[in-house]
Design a protein around this ligand. Structure first.
Ligand code: GLC
Length: 744
């Protein structure tokens, strides 16, 4: 029976005991072994250099990635535990961003639920399935704030706002890691990409980022700080140059901010080949210089470039780097492996996975997450919900029966798409109706995805213009013969994600042309969007009566779409990012300073003369099948002292005929101060369910955490004594207002 310490933790796992075990282990390890722990080596067939088996046998290794093979995990672990010099277990890592086998909505969709418990449950299940497969570590959650919808990786994050992004960050870390790293059904989380990656010039993935410290601290850092507060074990540094210093070798980020100021005690891994990329970026002279700079910046582990493996021993031997620095980088890696209990339990039960992924509650959770993530953008004349008595429905569009686009970006290696598509979901719902289908013309990237070799869709031959025309006609005829049309359009899954930025936000291909053609038939029509970013659906927003934003909804996406279209579920999602009218308007976001000529002034309603620059749909927007009133805004006091808190209350009533969810949002605006402050900032939200005629009181707290900020002028965190506008409502245009005076 293991000895227990006073906290009931197995004595070998108490922090003090672990620190002692780490020191003892370090003392017996050779320099070569220590450097091995600072390496994450590629496990894919296409990886260059020595195979993991060889490196592990010779010196052990910190981690292996890009491998998804339970048997091989155990085989590699056996080499580590029986043949390597110090018998240190390997961490197996993979990108499990929104599900391992059970696929959840993409993170941007889960953020649209404005319900952190949805994200927490999703990542709990993702962790359970991943761990059953033999994985220990996921490269998630992705925490990059994105205010430029042209940037493809907007799909992987929680949108444009640091307050919502922080809530989703903490929820995902809790989901992945649970409360105790020794839990055999959890995996290590990884806060990525630190920091500022979403602000790439022009939304062009990998392009340089220029952000002043004020923006970093007030907008881009908060989700990472929330992840640390939630106990995240690892960070991943970003690819790009941040103010001309690549994040993978940026000591200000990885040491001064992350360790010194925030006290992060886990470890940091580079992005893929990020250490060696310092040479490509014209920052480091050569591989050895790159390894030197990254290690000195505070980067613990080199992902896949083998620069540490090839360079660090020589750098120690020529006294460029001290053995103490190496030990400092190795300690958190060994500490986390011990906290996980991997030294005692290094192997995975190879019979476990098939049982875990078959659990019915996993698919049920995926369906509920998808239902809560969808956003009703338009419902003119209450066309929705549709009647289940419909007998003849045409489903039109290239994504209607696409499993890949229903599951979305970032599937794990080897995953075979098996989602319930929208077409299938509608057929499941209306089992005795005539449901016809026509895809219309294909949609394809103009420039193939560089990882296209892994993607069946990308490998399909391109449609000829003649075939596209024929498909177009067939779709119009199919629509002609139906009583109601459901158009399923948007982007294919390779059009958002990594290396998937685009200049335009229009519907790709001939989708809008087809939408216009079938709309002209004069039949009731619904548009369901499957997409990984905001789209400039300006024509549809005027002419299609009902529009449902379904994002990339995962394994049960089609069923969830049908649940909403036919009224079994009342949609309650809200946009975590605004929808620009044009890709050229990006970056576009609600939380910005007033300027000397605010856009609400008559005659100055747009910054461009060729059209309005207000968003098509604002941040926080989403409709319901019922209606709500938000009234009786009351502050516990109209004045509050700097450093003190005030309570904000409102009443929310369901004034419609069906039960539904409202997301009540609290925004502040500091009217003047050390710096100009954004005209609106989200500082509270709560999603609540109300029965018809039911009223609930919703309460928020406003204190120094919400009212303070990093000031350019003061060059530090401050809270001004100043007057504030307080708004509470159902989106970022909320009008219910109160005044708050913060005094010195
Ligand atoms: C990729 C991504 C990163 C991912 C890593 C490992 O290039 O930038 O998000 O976790 O490589 O696959």
């Amino acid at each position: 029976m293991k000895k227990m310490d006073k906290t009931g933790t197995p004595a070998s796992n108490s922090s003090d005991e672990i620190a002692k075990r780490v020191d003892a282990l370090l003392n017996q390890m050779s320099l070569a072994e220590k450097v091995g722990q600072l390496a994450q080596v590629g496990g894919a067939d296409w990886n260059q250099g020595p195979k993991p088996e060889e490196i592990i046998r010779e010196r052990g290794v910190g981690s292996v990635l890009w491998l998804n093979d339970t048997k091989r995990f155990n085989a590699l672990q056996k080499i580590a535990m029986e043949e390597s010099p110090s018998k240190i277990p390997v961490l197996f890592a993979l990108d499990v961003i929104h599900g391992y086998k059970t696929v959840f909505p993409v993170p941007l969709a889960m953020a649209s639920s404005w319900d952190p418990s949805v994200a927490e449950q999703a990542q709990t299940i993702a962790a359970k399935e991943s761990r059953a497969a033999g994985l220990h570590w996921t490269f998630g959650p992705m925490l990059d704030i994105a205010r430029d919808a042209r940037w493809g990786r907007i799909v992987e994050g929680a949108g444009e706002d640091p307050y919502l992004g922080s809530a989703m960050a903490a929820a995902q870390v809790r989901g992945f890691q649970g409360a105790d790293l020794s839990d055999p059904e959890r995996v290590l989380a990884c806060a990525k990409h630190f920091a500022g990656y979403g602000a790439a010039d022009g939304g062009r993935d990998y392009d340089p980022v220029y952000l002043p410290e004020t923006q970093l601290r007030n907008v881009y850092f908060p989700p990472f700080q929330a992840a640390i507060k939630a106990g995240v074990s690892t960070f991943m540094s970003a690819y790009m140059d941040l103010n001309n210093v690549p994040a993978n070798g940026n000591r200000w980020l990885l040491h001064d901010i992350l360790r010194e100021e925030w006290g992060f005690d886990g470890f940091v891994i580079s992005d893929a080949f990020g250490v060696l990329n310092l040479v490509t970026q014209g920052h480091a002279k050569d591989k050895s210089d790159a390894a030197f700079r990254s290690l000195n910046a505070g980067l613990n582990m080199d992902m896949a470039s083998n620069s540490y493996l090839d360079s660090l021993e020589a750098l120690v031997n020529n006294n460029s780097i001290s053995i103490e620095q190496i030990d400092e980088m190795v300690k958190p890696i060994l500490t986390i492996k011990m906290k996980m209990g991997l030294f005692e339990n290094p192997y995975v039960d190879e019979t476990l996975l098939e049982k875990v992924i078959a659990l019915p509650e996993h698919k049920q959770a995926a369906r509920r997450a998808a239902q809560r993530s969808m956003v009703l953008l338009r419902n003119e004349g209450s066309l929705l919900p549709l009647s289940k008595e419909l007998k003849n429905v045409a489903v039109i569009g290239p994504l209607a029966d696409s499993m890949e686009s229903t599951e979305g970006s970032w599937m794990v290696f080897g995953h075979k798409p098996d989602a319930v598509t929208v077409l299938q979901g509608i057929r499941n719902k209306l089992s005795d109706a005539k449901i016809t289908y026509a895809p219309g013309p294909d949609i394809r990237r103009d420039i193939p995805h560089p990882f296209g070799e892994f993607d069946a869709t990308a490998k399909k031959p391109r449609q000829t213009p003649e075939d596209a025309d024929a498909a177009f006609q067939a779709a119009v005829e199919t629509a002609q013969n139906a009583d109601l049309i459901i158009a399923v359009m948007g982007e294919s899954q390779d059009m958002a994600g990594e290396f998937a930025s685009r200049a335009s936000l229009d519907l790709p291909g001939r989708q809008e042309e087809l939408l216009k053609a079938v709309s002209a038939l004069g039949k009731p029509i619904v548009l369901v969007l499957l997409n990984g970013r905001p789209l400039s659906i300006n024509w549809a927003a005027e002419h299609v009566p009902a529009i449902l934003e379904a994002w990339e909804p995962g394994s049960e996406g089609g069923n969830a779409v049908a649940d909403i279209l036919f009224g079994d579920v009342n949609p309650g999602g809200k946009l975590p990012v605004c929808f620009p009218r044009n890709g050229n308007h990006a970056p576009l976001y609600y939380s910005r300073v007033l300027t000397h000529l605010p856009e609400d002034r008559p005659n100055y309603l747009s910054r461009y003369w060729d059209g309005p620059t207000t968003p098509l749909y604002p941040f926080g927007f989403g409709l319901s099948y019922t209606t709500f009133s938000i009234t009786n805004l009351k502050l516990s006091s109209g004045q509050v002292k700097v450093g003190q808190s005030v309570t904000v209350n409102v009443d929310v009533t369901n004034t419609g005929k069906v039960a539904g969810d409202e997301v009540v949002q609290l925004y502040i605006h500091q009217k003047w101060g050390s710096d100009s402050r954004p005209m609106r900032e989200l500082k509270g939200f709560e999603r609540i369910t109300l029965q018809p005629n039911e009223t609930k009181k919703v309460t928020f707290q406003l204190g120094p955490d919400e009212l303070g900020y990093w000031s350019t002028n003061a060059d530090k965190w401050i809270q001004d004594a100043a007057p504030f506008d307080i708004w509470v409502g159902a989106d970022s245009l909320a009008t219910l207002h109160a005044d708050l005076e913060v005094f010195g």
